[in-house]
Structure formats: C-alpha cells, structure tokens
Design a protein around this ligand. Structure first.
Ligand code: ADP
Ligand code: MG
Length: 559
C-alpha cells in the first residue's frame, strides 16, 4: 500500500515551541521587532527609488517608546505598512516571510539587498515578553484602510479597521509580569545599544538635551532644548569605502567600539564581494604585556544587526586577539540568528581573513620597515602564533617575521639573520645554529661568553617563544636553535675543534663532583672546562631538549 499526502501543523502546539525554545535569550525580541521596522523602512525607500511609490517618503526614523502606566512598549516605523490582507498573509501565517518575498521580487532590479528578515518567525518572539500584541498599520497603498490586529498569544486573533493616519506600523507589546525589566529605560537602552547600534535607519529612544544659542552678539543666551535621541550610527565605517576614510575616522570608530582604550596599532579594512560578501574593520591593539590580552572582542554583524561577539571559527584562533567588526550576510544564521560554525562559508571567510591579515602585515613591512619594527613587540605575538597554527600563514609570514639581535640591537628577518651568522655559526655538518637568550639578565654570563667567541645572540623572551622555537626548527632548513646556556660555549656549536683545557682530566672530575653535590639538581649539567684564564671555569648548563620539555609543561602548550 502506498499513500501520499501533506503534513499538517497544529498551530496551538507549535506556538509554545516558538515562544519558549526558539530564542534562548528573551531580550532578542527587540532586535527582531526593530529589524522588521528597518526592513519596512528599507522597502519603502526601495519602492521610492524604483518609482513604485509616488508619495513623499518624509522622515523615516523609527521610534521606541515605553508607557510605564499602561505597561506597554511601542515600536513605531514609517515604513511600507500593511493592509489587513497583508497582516493575514505575513503575520498570521507562521514561517511565511514577506522579507524573502520582497527580496525575490526585487533582486533583479538591484533592490532588497539590505533586507534583514528571512525565516518569517521573528515577529512571534514578541510573545516571549508580552501577553498581548497589537499591530496598528497603514499601508503605503493609495486609499487603503488602516488595520488593527490584536492577539493574546493564543492562536486566535482579531482584525478590525484602525484609525492610524500616518503611513507605517506601530507594534504595541503589553509586557507580561515576568518581563517587567523591558519597561525600564536603562534596560531598553542596553538592548538597543547592543543589537541596534549600527542599524542603517535612525532609531529614536528618549531625549537628549542640547545647548543652543539664542539671540545675537552680547545678548546671546544659551538655552537648553530637548531633542529626540538617536541611539545609532547609521553609517558605521565598515559600510564605507576605505578611500573615503581618514586615519582619524578609523581611530574614532575604535573609540566608539571600545571607549577608554588606547589607540590601535593599525587596522585592516575588509571588503569582499566574491565569492561571499564580507565587510569589516579589524584592529590590532597595542599589547604591552601578556596580561593585557583580551580575546573575544570582535563583533559579528549581519546587515548591520549585531549577532554575537563569539566569532570562533569565523576568525582564526590566532587572530582572536584582534578587535573590531565583521559584517557578513553570508554567514549562515539559523532561525535564532546564532551562526552555524560548521558551514563551508564560515571556513572560507576564516581563510580569507587569514590571507588579508598576512597581506596587510607584508605591506606594512614593505612600506615602512622602521615602524613595523617598532610595533614588533605587539605584532610579533600574532605573527608567531599564526605561524604556528597555519601553514599558509607561515609561508607568508616567514618573510616578515623578525629576530632581534641583543648585541647589535637590530632586527633581522629569518633569511637575513641566517645569512649574517652563516660563517661563524655553522657547525661541522653545515648546519647554522641560532643562539638565543630568554632572560638576558639571568643569562648575562653565557651571552658574554658567546659574544666573546664572535657569536650573535637573539632575544626570544615571550611565553610563546618556547613553542615558536620548536616550530622554527622544524621549518627552517639546516638550522639548529639553542639557548645560550644549553652547553658550554665551545660545545654550543659543534665545529669539531678540540678544546684545550688548562685543567687535567682528574682535576675536572673532582671539581665537577663538588659542584654536582652542591647543586643537587638532576636536570642541570655541570661542565668543567676552563679553556683559558679569562673564561668561566665551570658552567651550569641544561641540554636544550630537557629545557624545552620543561618550558612546555610550564606554559601548558598554548596561550
Ligand atoms: P521575517 O522578518 O523573517 O520575514 P517576521 O516574523 O519577523 O519574519 O515578520 C514576518 C513578516 O511580517 C515580514 O516579512 C513582513 O512582511 C511583515 N512585517 C513584520 N513587521 C512589519 C512592519 N513593521 N512593517 C511592515 N511589515 C512587517
Ligand atoms: Mg523579522
């Protein structure tokens, strides 16, 4: 037996699921309603552009109001509006999206690209915080009658003629007892600032006081006047072309995102059309020490709506220390607008960001090496971390990864450095040995001995260096890397030369015993050589591999 049919949904069962489980965070209802108001406004603008709306667009700002007495919250737009029929079509049909319909209809005419809505579910998030929701709307259509829809959260609704005189829609939420917080100004402000700070249509909430001058000359008086307060910046810099922006504007925007922070070191403006759409500005913060590091400061937006500041997987792990904003409508969001980390676009975006950062660093290095060197203390951390975690990044970064020579007080690229030490620091097998110090104060004596021998020593003193050294040694051909105290100076670089000691073997053995007993530490090696009168007669050394094991354990294998 075979049968075909269509599956039906009982709205009285699906409704509570939408209300309770779709969104984990109740506050997002406001994001959804404001997004709808923005969409409605974008649509009327599009229709105006296309000549499909004849009337005057007028002021298009969106207003949010609280009425504490009536326990209502209002979201008012002057957008496209809805007729009674449209309310039945778009609102009463759960999961039917007028946004998607609009985009489909107008995409060939180049409109609709900024529309936020998609799934046709957002509106119902209002019932998470409201007992009853009203829609009062006047459509843009000529001679249409205003509509007034009311629903108490059951599957029954009421639709009648309303008395709205202005084009647009007002959504009224009768806030329920559990959600009284949403009748508090500070709370609404907080939510608007979080999700709506960069939406493209002005959003008004509350009032601000402005001082204006009245009268002329000496008679001029200052007067305070109240003005509607616009809470958003409708044209954040990532929506503009880099060529139109000054450095100061980038810095100001940084301050807007992170008030009270120091100027960033530099930034990267992302602007991609193909194969996915991505804009944004990523900033490199100044890092003075490792305790300063603040991860998770990058904000993810989709069409200027804030989504999250958990950008894991969208941004490579090693760049999580950067700050700034990424906006991509192509990061697939699920219905509750959290993003899908496993999606292939997410991986592509991640790769693209890595590439862009590498290119920017290469450009900085090339155009202004001096300033690049000055910033190396901060930049080096990203670069080393990146070189360890991503092979493609390694290949680009090896050209501008710097080593700092202690004696010469100078920076070298890896290639430059190897070349500069090649003769004197090549061992009998033809391998070049890079010597480094991790703590010049403590390793002072060893550095001195090495320098006396004509060896150069570089500084590798950050916590990440212990790991970075391993990586370098694997990647660099015919290169060893040793800390200056890894062995006595004559054996640091094995040149097959016989060291002539002024002590006899017997004397050496005795001295060695004395020191070993006094130190009593298995991981240290005591070497008694006394090669010449001005050399240290006894050195305490720790073989490179032993020390690395210890370093790894201490730093826990990561950052
Ligand atoms: P989505 O925005 O994903 O399409 P919603 O459930 O948020 O889904 O909204 C459903 C539909 O209702 C929208 O697509 C739109 O057609 C209509 N709508 C909602 N709010 C408004 C509004 N303020 N003005 C005009 N139309 C609206
Ligand atoms: Mg919506």
């Amino acid at each position: 037996m075979q049968e075909k049919g269509s599956i039906s949904i009982h709205s009285e069962n699906i409704f509570p699921i939408i209300k309770k489980f779709l969104y984990s965070d109740h506050e997002v209802f406001l994001r959804e309603l404001v997004s709808n108001a923005v969409d409605a406004t974008q649509k009327i603008k599009s229709l105006g552009t296309l000549g499909e709306y004849e009337g005057d667009l007028g002021d298009l700002s969106i207003e949010i109001k609280i009425d504490k007495k009536k326990k209502t919250l209002h979201v008012i737009d002057k957008g496209i509006g809805m007729t009674g029929e449209e309310i039945k079509k778009y609102i009463n049909q759960i999961a039917f999206s007028g946004a998607t319909e609009f985009v489909e209809k107008y995409k060939e005419k180049g409109e609709g690209s900024g529309i936020i809505g998609h799934f046709g579910l957002g509106f119902y998030s209002a019932f998470m915080v409201a007992d009853t929701v009203e829609i009062i709307s006047l459509s843009r259509e000529k001679d249409s009658k205003p509509a007034h829809w009311t629903c108490d959260g059951s599957t029954e609704f009421e639709l009648k003629e309303g008395d709205k005189k202005e084009r647009g829609t007002e959504i009224i939420l009768h806030i329920n007892d559990d959600s009284k917080e949403f009748l508090e100004e500070y709370r609404i402000n907080e939510i608007l600032t979080k999700y709506c700070k960069f939406l493209p249509i002005p959003i008004i909430f509350g009032e601000t006081e402005e001082t204006v001058k009245e009268g002329e000359g000496d008679d001029a008086k200052e007067k305070k006047v109240k003005k509607p307060k616009v809470i958003n910046n409708t044209t954040p810099i990532w929506t503009k072309a880099p060529a139109d922006l000054t450095d100061q504007e980038y810095k100001d925007f940084y301050k807007e995102l992170y008030p009270f922070s120091e100027d960033p070191l530099f930034w990267i403006h992302l602007n991609v059309d193909y194969p996915f759409n991505l804009t944004g500005v990523l900033y490199f913060p100044k890092i003075k020490n490792d305790f300063d590091i603040q991860k998770n400061k990058i904000q993810l937006y989709s069409r200027q709506v804030f989504i999250t500041d958990e950008v894991k997987d969208v941004v490579p792990e090693f760049l999580m220390l950067m700050h700034g904003v990424i906006d991509s409508p192509d990061i697939p969001l699920n219905v509750s607008r959290s993003y899908l980390q496993a999606d292939s676009n997410v991986k592509k975006i991640n790769n693209h960001i890595t590439k862009k950062v590498a290119d920017k660093l290469a450009e900085l290095y090339k155009n202004d090496r001096k300033s690049f060197e000055e910033k190396w203390e901060s930049i080096g951390l990203f670069v080393k971390y990146g070189m360890m975690s991503d092979d493609k990044f390694y290949d680009k970064a090896k050209k501008f990864c710097l080593l700092q020579s202690i004696e010469q007080d100078k920076y070298f690229t890896l290639d430059e450095y190897k070349e500069s030490i090649a003769g004197n620091q090549t061992d009998k097998d033809g391998n070049v040995t890079i010597l480094y110090a991790s703590n010049p104060d403590k390793q002072h004596a060893y550095i001195n001995s090495a320098q006396k021998k004509g060896y150069d020593v570089v500084l590798l003193d950050s916590p990440i260096d212990a790991h970075f050294i391993n990586q370098l040694e694997q990647k660099l051909e015919k290169t060893n890397i040793k800390r200056v105290d890894a062995d006595i100076v004559d054996k640091l670089i094995d040149k097959d030369e016989k060291a002539e000691s002024v002590l006899s073997d017997d004397e050496k053995e005795k001295l060695k015993k004395i020191f070993e007993e006094a130190i009593n530490n298995q991981s240290m090696t005591v070497a008694v050589e006394a090669l010449s009168p001005d050399e240290l007669p006894v050195s305490l050394t720790m073989p490179e591999f032993m020390r690395r094991m210890k370093d790894m354990q201490q730093t826990g294998g990561g950052m």
